[in-house]
Each structure stands twice: as C-alpha cells, then as structure tokens.
Design a binder for this molecule. Structure first.
Ligand code: FAD
Ligand code: FES
Length: 257
C-alpha cells in the first residue's frame, strides 16, 4: 500500500449521479487484483475520512486506473466537480481482491452485480477473459436511466440485465436472472452489491466451493487500524474480521452478511 497525489485525466458522467473518473500515477503499478479499492482523500479540510472506491479498470501500460462512483454525500459530490488536471490524494491499493487462481482456460464464471457494486466486476471480467475463462454477467439496476456499462460487459461475455421497474431487461432483481439461468454449475461465482443480493447469491449457490462475495462496509482508516469496518465470522459470532484488510472479498459462508 502506497500513497500518491494522482492526476485526473478524465471525468465523464455516465448516468444521473454516476461518474467515471480516470487517474494517472505510479501507484497504478501496484494495482494488480480486481476487487481491490483505493482510499481517496476528499479535498476539503473538514472531511477528514478518506472515501473507499473500487478499481474499475487498471491499465499499467499507461499508468492509469479508472473508478466509477455514485454521488451519495459531500465527499463524492466534491469528486464530481473535479476536472482534467485536478489532483486527488490516493492511498492504495487496499483490500485482498478476488482470487482467480482456481480457474483455468475453458472454465465458466458467473459475475453477479447490483447497482454501485458493479464497477469492480469490470476489471474482474477483463482479467478472467484474459485467462480464457468464459464469463457470464448478471447485472441488476434500479431502472434503465441509471444503467451503465452494459455494452462494455457485453463485449466481454453474455450479459443479462434486471431492473427493479422492468424498464430494461427482466423485471425484478438479479435473483430472478439466476433462477432463470439454465447452467446451474459454473466453476466460480463472483458477486458485489448490496447485502440482500449477496445473501441471495450465497443461498442460491450454498453448496458451491468457489463463491466469492465483495462486502461493502462503512470504513474509516481503510488499513486495519480502527475496527470501524468489522463483521462477524459465521463459524463463531464472537470472532470478527475487518472488511478493509481481511476483505472486502470473503468466501460465501465465511462471514455473517
Ligand atoms: P457520506 O455519506 O457523506 O459519507 C460519510 C462517511 O460515510 C464517509 O466516511 C464515507 O466513506 C462513509 N460511507 C458512506 N456510505 C458508505 C458506503 N456505502 N460504504 C462505505 N462507506 C460509506 N461507491 C461507489 O460509488 N463506487 C465504488 O466503486 C465503491 N466502492 C467501494 C468499495 C468499498 C470497499 C467500500 C467499503 C465502499 C465502496 N463504495 C463505492 C461506497 C463509497 O465508499 C461511499 O458511497 C462513499 O464513501 C460515500 O461518501 P460521501 O462523502 O459521498 O457520502
Ligand atoms: Fe479501519 Fe477497517 S476501516 S479497520
């Protein structure tokens, strides 16, 4: 983990409140695993805590990385006002990232995401495809107007969409897409999204040996020092794990969602 003042190369708005931001710096050389995140200082003195945002794309050849974020509060609102040439103080990469080692060319992986849990799955899908793994995406959004990246995912593999209001794809959530899926035995399942969606994935693939879930938890330090982000182990509720440095990726069944 390192810290660097990175330069903003580009910022685009993808949908209402959803922004795509490209950063440049040497720190990119440290970024390897999909599912890792960066911890970004908000350039406003009274906002002391950094904001954790997942890596959406890593490009070591140009020293650039990309994030996608949704404006929620003051921190992300300020990020959305920044433009090319501005800088951000970035710490990272943080977290364990998804583990792709058990997969080989010809295997099939399901990639399941909802809302603002979708961004890190793009780098994941890229890296899986580069290994020759067949990827299948199951993506859920609130409605068609807040959808993003569906074409980019389609370029990597089959992509099924669900929206809460039925304005695109199947009406309902990603659970409906999984229920309708004919292939019930992928070689691995990767998921990132709200807790309810992660629980559904855990339930759906309850006896599967390789299901990896990316948890979202409120964070402060981001480096394992403050215990702001703990969740409890499934095998023994009195034991806790820190999502920031022992996660954010956990095996299904490992922690209580
Ligand atoms: P505020 O609500 O004003 O934030 C106040 C405080 O609460 C800050 O310290 C903030 O960090 C924390 N906080 C608020 N919401 C969350 C949340 N959902 N999770 C964690 N901390 C929160 N969002 C994206 O849009 N894109 C991503 O790729 C993304 N990746 C994430 C990866 C990880 C590992 C985690 C833990 C969270 C991720 N989030 C992502 C959520 C993002 O960190 C919050 O939306 C953001 O911190 C909100 O900051 P704010 O100042 O706009 O909102
Ligand atoms: Fe401080 Fe995880 S955020 S220990």
């Amino acid at each position: 983990m390192k810290q660097e003042v990175m330069e903003i190369i580009q910022q685009n708005q993808l949908a209402p409140r959803i922004f795509e931001l490209t950063l440049k710096g040497e720190l990119v050389q440290e970024m390897k695993r999909p599912g890792q995140f960066i911890h970004i200082r908000v350039p406003r003195a009274d906002l002391l805590l950094r904001r954790p945002i997942s890596l959406n794309k890593i490009d070591p050849s140009t020293n650039t990385c990309r994030i996608i974020y949704r404006v929620e509060g003051d921190g992300t609102k300020l990020f959305s006002t920044l433009t090319t040439g501005d800088t951000l103080d970035v710490m990272g990469p943080l977290g364990n990232g998804f583990d792709l080692t058990g997969l080989k060319a010809g295997d099939c992986a399901f990639i399941v995401g909802g809302g603002i849990g979708i961004p890190p799955l793009y780098e994941l899908s890229h890296q899986l495809k580069a290994k020759g793994v067949k990827v299948k995406h199951f993506l859920g959004f609130a409605s068609a107007d807040v959808m993003y990246y569906e074409e980019k995912f389609q370029q990597l593999g089959e992509t099924k969409i669900a929206t809460d209001d039925g304005s695109a794809g199947v009406q309902g959530n990603v659970g409906n897409l999984l229920l309708a899926e004919e292939n019930k035995k992928p070689d691995a399942v990767f998921a990132c999204g709200a807790n309810g969606m992660l629980k559904a994935v855990e339930h759906f693939f309850h006896d599967h040996p390789n299901v990896q879930l990316s948890l979202e938890s409120r964070m402060a330090c981001g480096i394992g020092a403050c215990y702001a982000c703990v969740c409890h182990k499934a095998e023994d509720e009195t034991k806790s794990v820190k999502v920031c440095d022992e996660g954010p990726i956990f095996k299904a069944g490992e922690v209580i969602l």
